[in-house]
Design a protein around this ligand. Structure first.
Ligand code: SF4
Ligand code: SF4
Length: 291
């Protein structure tokens, strides 16, 4: 079978979102990229948080969990910091090649009220200051804690690269979806443009325009409602071979295009590792030649 060139038709590409059509790549490969975008692509996130002071009503663990879930900018960090398997710590020494240091130091003057939440102030992620300008909260508007007069938080944050499969805080893609591309055929000999299918179509893929049924396969989500509605059985619904819609939404830690690139690179690397392993068993051409 002749090799088919792989094409990517980009529909949307921003830091937050990639949406496009991938043609010519087999389903298992595109699906592997989809999964790897969520589970394997490296990003920075807080891993150790050392509290020097915290007299707020929130436990250290509660604040630590909130801080850990704040996405940190990671594009430059991928080149700067070592991979997690190269970073081992006992929690007392942190290799600078592995860990970025950030700090949360906040204090409110005054007397702590005896009760109630009347004077509570929300602390947002813009209070977190990083020693590395390349690793910082992606947004300054993420609530971290609440603090009353007379209260303070002093925490040192150690962030490192990690993968979504280890913990959701390292998940590069928060959403990663692959869908088939619909192929709708109408048997015009039996269709009388009655409109029953258009009436149930939730996406507008089927419409009656000037008394005639119009089809827009691009809008179809393959829900099959029209098949049940058509009294004439005039609709044939299937999907195109080797053509898929891929949508990746970033946590903000990496540009969505970078997530796609890193995911494809990771899949390729895993396949090469598999190929080399098979080759060392004598299963490949090189193994046969050397054997
Ligand atoms: S329901 Fe069937 S017959 Fe009616 S417009 Fe749709 S395809 Fe044609
Ligand atoms: S499968 Fe669903 S979305 Fe597609 S044309 Fe039929 S009703 Fe519309």
């Amino acid at each position: 079978m002749p090799k088919q060139a792989v094409e990517i038709e980009v529909k949307e590409l921003t830091r937050e979102r990639f949406s496009g059509r991938i043609k010519g790549a087999p389903l298992p490969v595109v699906n592997a990229i989809r999964r790897v975008a969520q589970s394997e692509v490296l990003t920075m996130a807080a891993d150790y948080i050392i509290f020097y002071d915290n007299n707020t009503v929130l436990y250290d663990e509660y604040i630590a969990h909130r801080i850990a879930m704040i996405p940190l900018t990671s594009d430059a960090a991928l080149e700067k910091y070592k991979r997690p398997e190269e970073c081992v710590t006992d929690g007392s020494r942190f290799d600078e090649d592995c860990y970025a240091t950030l700090r949360l130091v906040v204090e409110r003057p005054g007397e702590t009220p005896l009760s109630g939440l009347t004077e509570v102030e929300i602390i947002y992620s813009d209070s977190i200051v990083s020693e590395d300008p390349d690793v910082r909260p992606v947004s300054g508007k993420i609530p971290v804690a609440v603090i009353s007069p007379g209260q303070r938080i002093h925490a040192e944050i150690k962030a490192r690269l990690g993968r979504g499969r280890e913990h959701a805080k390292w998940q590069a893609a928060t959403v990663s979806v692959l869908t088939y591309v619909a192929d709708i055929r109408i048997d015009w000999e039996h269709c009388d443009s009655c409109g029953d299918c258009a009436a149930v179509c939730p996406t507008g893929a089927l419409k009656i325009v000037k008394g005639k049924l119009k089809v827009d396969s691009e809008k179809c989500n393959l829900c099959r409602q029209c098949l049940r509605a058509c009294p004439a059985g005039a609709i044939r619904l299937s999907w195109r071979d080797n053509e898929y819609n891929l949508m990746i939404e970033s946590s903000g830690a990496l540009h969505a295009g970078r997530i796609l690139y890193e995911a494809a690179k990771e899949v390729r690397s895993k396949l090469l590792t598999l190929l080399n392993t098979v080759n060392t068993l004598g299963g490949g051409t090189e193994g046969s030649r050397s054997g």
